[in-house]
Design a protein around this ligand. Sequence first.
Ligand SMILES: Cc1cc2nc3c(=O)[nH]c(=O)nc-3n(C[C@H](O)[C@H](O)[C@H](O)COP(=O)(O)OP(=O)(O)OC[C@H]3O[C@@H](n4cnc5c(N)ncnc54)[C@H](O)[C@@H]3O)c2cc1C
Length: 462
Amino acid sequence: MDLKLNPRPYTTAQSALSEDGTFQPVSYWQETIDVVPEPPLEGEHSCDVAIVGAGYTGLSTAIALKKAHPELDVVILERGVAGHGASGRNGGFASTLFGWDLLTTVNKLGKEKGGQVYRLMYDAIAHLRSTIEEHAIACDPEYTGYALLSTCAARERHLQKEYALAHELGFEHHWLEGDTLDEHIHNEQYRSGIFDPKPFIMNPAKLSRGLKDLAVSLGVKVYEQTPLIKLDDGDPATLQTPDGTLQAKRVVLALNGYASALNFQSSTVLPVHSYIVLTEPLTDAQLTSTGWHKNRAGLETARNLIHYFRLTVDNRVAFGGDDADLYYHGAFRDHDPRIFTNLEAAFRKSFATLKNVSISHRWGGTLGVTLDMFPTFGCTGDRQNIFYASGYSGHGVALANYAGQILSPAILASLGLSAPETTATPFFYNRNTFPLPPDPIRYLGMKAYAATLRLQDKIQGA
Ligand SMILES: Cc1cc2nc3c(=O)[nH]c(=O)nc-3n(C[C@H](O)[C@H](O)[C@H](O)COP(=O)(O)OP(=O)(O)OC[C@H]3O[C@@H](n4cnc5c(N)ncnc54)[C@H](O)[C@@H]3O)c2cc1C
C-alpha cells in the first residue's frame, strides 16, 4: 500500500492553526477549550504503534493500548490539533445509533446481528461514561437520556414498531405522548416519541482535549501540527511527515472522513459534511417557554433528514442535521450558507417561542459515510499491519470512543501480546464495504438520493 496525500486535500476547510501557530477554533465547542499545540514530529523516530489522527478513534485506541500494555511505544500524528476534526465539532450526543435506528438496522441485518450491534452500542455508551468518570474528564456531561420524536403519522408508526422491537430485544425504552412527552418538550409539532435513558450529552471538544491529556499522561507521544503525507506499509511501516519520519510495527489510520484525502478508502468512506447552528444563551423565561427545562434530554426528529437539538450547559440551543452534503471531487468544507439557512429556518419553525433569539455560531465538519451507513473496522495491507476504524456515518461519538476496545485486541494479538479484557471481535470487523463509482456519477447519485429523502419528508409532512 502506498498512500499519498491528495494534492488539494483541504482547500476549503479551515486549518486548526493560524500562520503564527495559534489555535483557530472552528466550532463553538472549540472556543471553550484552551489549546497549546504539541510540537510537530521532527527527525527520525520509531515506535511500536503509530496512530494517524487524534479524534476519538485515534485517542481511544492509544488509550486502550497503553492501558493494556504500558510498555508499548505508542505515537499519535495529528495534522492539526487533537479534536480539530468531527470530534471537536459534533452535536455531543453519545447515542446508540449504529448508522441507522434499531428498526432499520434489524431490517437490514436481521434480529440476531441487529441486537448484537445495539448491545455493543450500549457497551460503548457505558464505556465512554466510565472513562469520563474514572478520569474526571471535565467535558460537561449531562446524563439526560435521548428522545426520538415523531412529527407525522408515518413516522409515529415507525416509532411504534421501533418501540415494540426494543422491548422484544430487552432494551429499556419509554413511550412518550401527552403528559410524558410534555415532561421532555412542550411543542405541538411533536406527536410522540421514544425515550432512551442511557445516551447522554457533553461538550465534544472538551472531551477530545481531555482524552488527549489522558493519553499523554499514560505515556502516549502526541505530535500535533504533523500531517501524514506518505505511508509505506513495509515491515516496519514508514510514515512520512513534512519534517520527520516515523517507523512503526503497526499503524492505525484513524482518519474517518479525511481518509480519502490520503487516497485511503476513497471509494468506500465518503467525506460528507454536516452542520450545526447555535443560539445565544436562552433566558430562564425562554427556556421555560420551550418546556425543555425539566429533563434537558438530547432530542432528535424521526425524519429522513434528521434534526437533532440539545441544550448546552449555559442554555444555548445547538440545532443540527438537515442536509448532509458530499461536495464535488470530495472537497472539504466547514461552512455552507445554503444549509445554514435551511437549519435556521427549521429551528425557527420548531421553536416558535424563540423567534427573537439570535444565532451566534454556525459551523460544520466532515463525516465518514459508507454506502450502507454501517461503520468499517479492520486490518489491511500486504503485511496486515494497517488497522482502521471509520465510516460512523454521523454517529461516532459513542462508537469511535469504543474503537480502541475493538481494535486494540487485534493489534495486540498481531504483536504477540495479550489483551487483558478482550472485547469479542464484532461480526462487522473486516467486513466488505461497497465501493461507489467515481464522480460525476457518485456526486449526481448522492444528490439524487438526498433529493428523494427530502421529497419523502415533505410528502409525509415530517
Ligand atoms: C457537525 C457534526 C455533528 C455530529 N454530531 C454527532 C453526534 O451528536 N453524535 C454522534 O454520535 N456523532 C456525531 N457526529 C459524528 C462524530 O463526530 C464522528 O463520527 C466522530 O467524531 C469520528 O471520530 P474520528 O476520530 O474517527 O474522526 P475525526 O474526529 O474526524 O478525527 C480525524 C482526525 O484526523 C486528522 N487528520 C486528517 N488528515 C490527517 C493527516 N493526513 N495526518 C494526520 N492527521 C490527519 C484530523 O485533523 C482529525 O483530527 C457529528 C459530526 C459532525 C461533523
